[in-house]
Write a protein that binds this ligand. Sequence first.
Ligand code: SF4
Length: 658
Amino acid sequence: MEVIKTICPFCGVGCGLDLYVENNFIIRSSPSREHILSGGHVCGKGAIASEVTYAWDRLLYPLKRVKDTFIRVTWDVAIKEISSKLKEIKEKYGPESIAFYGGCQNTLEEVYSFMKLARGLGTNNIDSCARVCHEPSAMALKEAVGIGASSVAVSEILNAKNVVIAGESITESHPVISQYLVEAKRKGTKIIVIDPRVTGTAKLADMHLQINSRSDIYLFNAVANYLISNGLFDREFVVNRIENFDEFVRFIKGFTIEEAEKVTGVSKDKIIEFAKIISSKPTIFSWGLGLTQTTGVNAVKAYINLALITGNIGIEGAGLLVYRGQSNVQGSGDIAKPNVFPNGPMTEDNAKELSKVWGFLPPLKEGLSITEAFFGNKIRAMFLMNYNPAQSLPNRNRVISFLKSLDLLVVMDPFMTETAKYAHYVLPTPLWVEKEGSVTNLDRLVKWRFKAVDSPGEVKSELWIIKRIAEELGLNGFHDDPKIVFKEMKEVVRLYSNLTLDEIMDYSSNSRYPNHETVMYKERFLTPSGKAKLSLVGFDKLQGEGLILITGRNVTRYNSDELIKRIPGYSSFSSNLYINPIDAESLSIEEGEMVKVISKCGMAIFRARISNEVKPGHVFAYMHDPYVNNVVCDDFDEISKTPRYKATVVKIEKLRHK
Ligand code: SF4
C-alpha cells in the first residue's frame, strides 16, 4: 500500500492528509503528522474528503449542449469548437467581451495558466472567487503594510497574550485552528470575539462583543480614539514605523465611546475593557468574512489601524491573521486579478517583462472583476474553472439569467453543478486526489498536493485543457506538467520567487512566502516608504428598514456543498432561519414554522428556528443553503466589488403550513 500526501480540499487552513492507496483505489485517509501547521489534526470534513472521489455522478467525458440537452462529444471536437467560437466572439465583439473566472480550489499552476490564457487572448477579464470573500482584506493589507496576506502564522496564536477574532466562527469555518485557540486559552491567552451572533467561537471566548451588523467601523474608530486619547498606544512604534500618525489623530477625534455604545449595542464599559486588553502585547488581530462581506475594505482598514497604533505587529505572538475560506484562495488572489499583472502593476514595463516569458504582450486595459462581469452587460463569452456562481453569487435569479444570455459558456468541473447546467460545453476535470500542484493556505504556507489515483473515464486535467485551447488559438508556451508551470510561475510572481519545489513538497518545512517568515514586518513594512499607513475611514449606517439577514458557515458543510453532499452519510439539511425570540414574538412566528424571507431582489422559504444566539433585529441563515442567494442582493462594497452577503435587509412573513 502506498501513502500519498495531499492537502485537504476544503478550508484555507490547508491541513495535511495521508491517503492510503492500493491498486489505484483510496482505501482510507489519516491526518498527516508531519504537516507543519495541522500536525496530525484534521476536522470531520477533511477526514472524509477523499470519499467524494467515488461519487456516482462524476462527469466522465466532454458534453455539448444541443437545444435543451447535452450530448457526448470527443475532446477533439470540444476543443476545436470552443476555440473557434472564442475566435469568432473575439472578432465580433472584441477580446474584452470574453471572461475567465475560477473557483479557489484550483492549484497555483492552474490559476497561473488560466490567467495567462486570458491575457494571451487579449483580455484582462480574469479573476477568482477570492473577489467575493477576502479581496477587501487583500486590498486593505496591501495599502497598510505592503502585501495582501496574513502577517503572522497560525502557530503564533500559542505565543499571543490576546487573540481578537472579528467576524468569523473558527469552530465552524476553520476547525483545526480552534485547537490552537483551545491550547492557547489553556495557557492563559485571552480570546475576544466580535460578532453579532453567539457563535461556537463566542462561547469559547473570554469576551464577546455582540455588535450590531455593520457597526464595526464605528467601534474600531472609537476604540482607536480612546487608545490615543488615554495614552494607551505604542509611542515608539507610531513614531518610527507609521507614516501618517498625526493626520490619523486629527481624523479620529470625532469617534466617541458614548456614540459607539449606541451604534454597536455593546456597553461603554465593555468597549473600554476591550480597548485596554488590546493595548497590551502581544495581540493577534484576526478576522473573517463578517468584516469583508459586510463593510468591506474600510472595515478591514479600520481594524488594522488598531494593530498598528498598539504596535501589535512585527513581534512574536502579534500581527494580522486572515481566515481565508478555501484551500487556495490566497494563492488565487495573488496571481489572477483583472487590474494587476502577476508581476506587479499593469505598466508597460511589466507587460514587456511578461512578454519575454510568455512570448506575447498582455493587454494594458484593466479588466472586469467577477462581480462587474456578472452584474454588467459587457460579456458575451465566459470560461469558468471549477466555479459555481449560479449558486454562490448573490441575486441568483439575475446570475442565472446572465448565464443563459451568454453566446458561449464553458464550464470545467468534475460534476454537473448548478452552473454547468447552463453551459454550452461542460469539460470534465479531475478531483484534487487525481492531479498534482501547489496551493497557498491562509498563513502564506505553500504546499504541493500529490496525485493519489487516476481519473475515471475521459477526464482531462485543467492544465491539459488550457494548453490544448491555447494551441488552437495559436498560443505557444503552455504546459500540462505542473512542475514546469510552477517554475515559470515562480519566475513571474515575485512573492513566490524564494520557494523551491523540494521545500513545498516537504510537509514539515516552513515553505511560507515571501521569506519563510512566521512573523513578518519585524523591521520594515513592504510599502513603498517602508512604513505602515493608517487609514482614515468614515462610517455609514445601513440603509433600509427590516431585519438584517446574516449568513455564515456550518461545520459539517462547505460552500455550495457540491463536494460534501456527494459523500456517503451526508444527509441533506433543511433550510433554517434563526430568529431571536423577541422578533419571533412580534411577528407571531413559532418554532418550526415555515416563513418567507423577502428582500428587494428575491424571496426564499425557510423553517424558523427561535434562537437566543441571534441578536434582536437580525436573522441568520447558512450560506450553504441552496436558495439563500435568492434573497442576498447584488449590493457591493464600492472599493473591492465584494458582495455584502452578510447584511441584507429582509422582511419575514408567515406561511400557513407548519
Ligand atoms: Fe480541511 Fe479546514 Fe478541516 Fe483542515 S480545518 S481538515 S483544511 S476543512
